[in-house]
Design a protein around this ligand. Structure first.
Ligand code: ADP
Ligand code: MG
Length: 399
């Protein structure tokens, strides 16, 4: 789960990380009001979308020479003009794809006189299985470009979980940034606080770009991108509230509401399966029979009728789906519950594609009876191989 820059900064500030003052705004008037609460003389109006590269981005609705999604302002009237330009319009950046993202929120923040821009990220290094720091003097630019053109300018090291963050880690950050004296001390302290924020929130990444040195010698976070480990969100109810659903894929969002593991894929056959292993096997056997899965969908162990109905609707909302294969092993999950969900959903959505169902396990007989008595054109299958063959044949027949 990702959050907006202003939320990331509020979070980092709670851990003592220095950030400029600022306020979020949903309307032009709120943006102007926000600027009046700031000391000035320089304000920055920043589009809040879940993508970077906003400064160099372009608005679809504005002339090509119009400024991007990060703009300086000297007066409340300039703030008003920028806010009017941005709100409701579509910002296209290197990270949004060509469709861009609609700007629904702004962040009005203190303008800072920047002497230098650095890069600092904390993330999980999957190779070492540890929390790692990535530090570079080349801030404010696209880090992938820096990594490609001048890899020697990127310093990385990881933190042993047995010791946690140590003073030498802080010194390593300061040294990598070429800082001495008071700025080195600030860097050491800031690195420790960012590490605390990372662990304390079960983050998967905290990327600060730029980390700025101001003209008056202060280290400050000017842009922050924070993502959390979705699997840990159950223990961060407060963070879950930061979610902005307008930024997410509608089908995946709907799936997450019902606690379903759903990933859209490129094929034609929708799959509804319980258990990730069985889901993988189902996808494989569809391929073996010459077609491709349209999605991965694991309804989990304790699925209710509502959950199954939702899963069914999500699969059917994908226009690429030409047939559906339901493959359920009823262990914890009872086959009759699955069958009720399938029948309820199929009736509700007016099923227009072939449906093959393979049920096995607890209450399988009741399940099969519910399907057979439903009056729906459901093709029953006896095992996995049979099910895959049948759905491929049904889809080809319907085509
Ligand atoms: P993005 O990475 O999406 O383009 P940033 O927040 O990094 O957005 O802003 C782009 C650039 O704008 C920064 O590299 C910095 O030079 C400038 N900038 C951002 N915030 C401020 C600020 N509060 N004061 C002064 N300049 C800023
Ligand atoms: Mg940035």
């Amino acid at each position: 789960m990702n959050i907006h820059e202003y939320q990331a900064k509020e979070l980092l500030a709670k851990f003592g990380v220095p950030v400029p003052a600022g306020y979020a705004a949903m309307t032009v008037d709120e943006a102007v009001e926000a600027s009046k609460k700031l000391p000035g003389p320089l304000y920055v109006v920043k589009a809040q979308i879940h993508a970077g590269g906003r400064g160099k981005g372009k608005f679809k609705e504005l002339p090509a020479d119009a400024k991007g999604g990060v703009r300086l302002a000297k007066t409340a009237e300039e703030v008003r003009a920028h806010a009017t330009d941005m709100l409701g319009n579509t910002l296209v950046t290197i990270q949004t794809g060509e469709h861009g993202k609609q700007v629904n929120r702004l962040y009005i923040t203190d303008g800072v006189d920047i002497a230098k821009e650095f890069y600092l990220a904390v993330l999980v290094d999957r190779a070492t299985g540890r929390v790692a720091f990535v530090v570079s003097t080349e801030g404010g630019m696209d880090i992938e470009t820096v990594a490609h053109d001048t890899p020697e300018k990127i310093h990385t090291f990881d933190v042993d979980p047995a010791t946690g963050f140590m003073p030498h880690h802080g010194r390593a950050v300061a040294t990598a940034l070429g800082l001495t004296g008071d700025l080195a001390k600030q860097a050491q302290s800031l690195a420790g606080k960012v590490y605390d924020a990372f662990l304390g929130t079960d983050a998967s990444q905290i990327e600060i770009n730029p980390l700025a040195v101001t003209d008056d010698g202060k280290l400050m976070v000017l842009d922050a991108k924070v993502g959390f480990d979705g699997n840990a969100m159950f223990r961060h109810k407060d963070l879950a509230e930061l979610r902005d659903e307008t930024e997410e894929d509608p089908a995946e969002l709907e799936a997450s509401k019902y606690d379903l593991a759903y990933i859209k894929l490129d094929g034609d056959i929708g799959c509804m399966v319980n258990g990730a292993g069985l889901a993988m096997a189902t996808m494989d056997i569809i391929k073996l029979n010459g077609m491709f899965p349209a999605n991965f969908l694991d309804v989990g162990g304790g699925a209710t009728k509502e959950k199954v109905t939702a899963a069914f609707k999500i699969i059917l909302s994908d226009p690429a789906v030409k047939g559906i294969l339901v493959n359920i092993f009823g262990g914890i999950m009872r086959c009759d519950i699955i069958a009720e969900g399938i029948v309820a959903a199929a009736k509700e959505v007016n099923l227009s594609v072939p449906l093959v169902v393979r049920l096995e396990g607890t209450n399988v007989q009741q399940g099969k009876e519910i399907l057979a008595n439903s009056g729906l054109a459901i093709v029953p299958a006896n095992d996995l191989g049979d099910a895959a063959k049948k759905i491929v044949a049904e889809v080809k027949k319907a085509a």
